[in-house]
Write a protein that binds this ligand. Structure first.
Ligand code: GLU
Length: 403
C-alpha cells in the first residue's frame, strides 16, 4: 500500500482503508468535540435513476442523522432532491432543460421531499423543519440574522432544520451547485464545526475516473490551492448539477472561515457512523483558520456605531454580564431613534456602558414594552414577536465588562 503526495497540499492513496487511517490521524474533533454539523446531500444520492426519491437511501440517512443527534451533535441538513422528486411525480424521464420548467418541477417535488423526511424522522420521534433559502438570504446581514435566530431556536428544541434552495425565486443552485455552495454558506453562518458533503463519489480523486481509470482517492487536503483545483473536471451528473468543481468551491468557502469539510460517498450505508472519531472514508479538507464567522459577527456588533441607547436595571445588567439575553422587562429607558435590527448601546442606570447588541425591536416599540412582562407585552402589542430585546447571540460585552 503506497501513500504518495501529488503536491504539498494533498495526501493521496489508493485504498479506502488507508483513507480511513489518514483522516483518523488528522481528525480535529477529539479534544474539541464535534458540536454542530451541516450535512449536505446531493440529488445523486437521493434520487432514483428514473426520477423520484430513493426511499431506502433517505431512511438510512435519517437513521444516521438521528444517531448523530443522540450523541449530542446538532445537525442541520441541506438537502436537494426537489427536482428529482418532482420528476418522479410528473413522470418525467429526463431533467427539464429550461429554468422555468426546473422551477416548476422543484415546486412540485419540494412538498414530497419534506413528506418523506417528516415520515422518516417521526419514526424516531424527531421533528424536522423546512427552510427554503437563497444565497442572497445568507449574504444579506439583516436576513441572515433572522435565519440564524430561527435556526438556533430550532436546534435548541432538538428539531432538525432541512434547508434547500428556494428554487422558485432563485436559480443559482438549479444552474450550478446542487446546494453545494448554499451548504457552505449555511455552515459558515451557523458556525458549524464540520460540513459533510455527501455525493455519489468516494471523495476527491487524483483525476476523473472516466478519463483516468487509475485515479485514486485523496483522503486529506491541507489547502485548496491551484494544484488541487486543477484536479477537478467541470462536469455535473444527470441528477445533480454540482460536479466536483462546485464541491471544491464549497469546501474552499467553508474551510476559509474555519469549517472543516468532509466529502464522502452518500451511497454507502452508515457512512456517517464514524464521524465521532474520524473513522470515515472520503476526503477531509482542513480548516484554514479558527472559525471566524462568530468572531466577525461579534467584531461587527462591537465596532458598529450605536443608533440608540437602552438603559437597563441592575438585574438585567448582571444577567448581561453572565452572557444572558436582555429581556424587555429589564429595560428602564430607551434613547434615540433606531430601527429593528440596528445596533444599540446598553448602559446601566449608573450610566456605565455594558454592551452593544442588535435590537429586536425599534426604539418606539421597545420604549412601549420596557419594564413589561410577557403577558403585558402581548396585551400591548397583540403578540410578543421576540422574547428578548437583544438576543445573547447578538450581544457583545464591551471591554472591561467581559470579566
Ligand atoms: N435545489 C434543487 C433540488 O432540490 C437543486 C438540485 C437540482 O437542480 O437538481 O432539487
Amino acid at each position: 500500500m503506497v501513500t504518495f503526495a501529488t503536491s504539498e497540499s494533498v495526501e493521496a492513496d489508493a485504498h479506502t482503508t488507508m483513507s480511513n487511517d489518514t483522516i483518523m490521524a488528522a481528525w480535529p474533533f477529539r479534544e474539541t468535540p464535534l458540536r454542530r454539523v451541516v450535512v449536505k446531500v446531493g440529488s445523486n444520492v437521493l434520487a432514483l435513476d428514473q426520477g423520484g426519491l430513493n426511499s431506502a437511501r433517505i431512511t438510512s440517512l435519517c437513521d444516521s442523522l438521528v444517531a448523530l443527534q443522540k450523541q449530542g451533535i446538532e445537525v442541520i441538513l441541506v438537502s436537494s432532491g426537489a427536482v428529482a422528486a418532482g420528476r418522479g411525480i410528473l413522470k418525467l424521464n429526463k431533467r427539464p432543460a429550461n429554468i422555468p420548467d426546473l422551477q416548476a418541477v422543484a415546486a412540485v417535488g419540494q412538498g414530497a421531499l419534506m413528506e418523506e423526511y417528516s415520515h422518516q424522522f417521526r419514526r424516531h420521534g424527531v421533528v424536522p423543519a423546512q427552510l427554503l433559502l437563497t444565497r442572497d438570504d445568507l449574504a444579506d446581514r439583516r436576513r441572515y440574522i433572522n435565519v440564524r435566530l430561527a435556526m438556533l431556536s430550532l436546534l435548541k428544541r432538538g428539531v432538525i432544520p432541512i434547508v434547500n434552495e428556494n428554487d422558485s425565486v432563485t436559480i443559482e443552485e438549479l444552474k450550478f451547485g446542487d446546494n453545494d455552495m448554499l451548504s457552505a454558506m449555511v455552515a459558515a453562518k451557523m458556525e458549524a464545526d464540520l460540513l459533510v458533503i455527501m455525493s455519489n463519489v468516494p471523495g476527491l480523486m487524483t483525476g476523473h475516473p472516466k478519463y483516468k481509470p487509475d485515479a485514486t482517492l485523496i483522503p486529506l487536503v491541507k489547502k485548496i490551492d491551484a494544484s488541487v483545483e486543477s484536479l477537478v473536471h467541470a462536469e455535473g451528473s444527470e441528477f445533480g448539477v454540482g460536479g466536483m468543481q462546485t464541491k471544491l468551491q464549497a469546501a474552499k468557502h467553508a474551510t476559509n472561515v474555519g469549517v472543516f469539510t468532509l466529502l464522502l460517498n452518500g451511497n454507502e450505508d452508515g457512512i456517517l457512523r464514524g464521524l465521532m472519531n474520524g473513522t470515515v472514508a472520503g476526503t477531509l479538507f482542513t480548516a484554514q483558520r479558527r472559525k471566524r464567522s462568530r468572531q466577525r459577527h461579534i467584531h461587527w456588533i462591537g465596532a458598529a456605531r450605536p443608533r440608540g441607547t437602552v438603559v437597563v436595571d441592575d438585574g438585567a445588567g448582571k444577567a448581561l454580564l453572565g452572557h444572558k439575553s436582555l429581556l424587555p422587562v429589564g429595560v428602564k429607558l430607551v434613547r434615540g431613534e433606531f430601527a429593528k435590527g440596528d445596533v444599540v448601546a446598553i448602559v446601566s442606570e449608573q450610566d456605565r456602558t455594558l454592551a452593544q447588541g442588535i435590537s429586536n425591536y425599534d426604539a418606539a416599540t421597545l420604549a412601549r414594552i420596557s419594564g413589561k412582562k410577557r403577558e403585558q407585552i402581548v396585551e400591548l402589542l397583540g403578540a410578543e414577536d421576540y422574547a428578548e430585546a437583544v438576543h445573547c447571540d447578538n450581544l457583545v460585552l464591551l471591554p472591561g465588562n467581559d470579566g
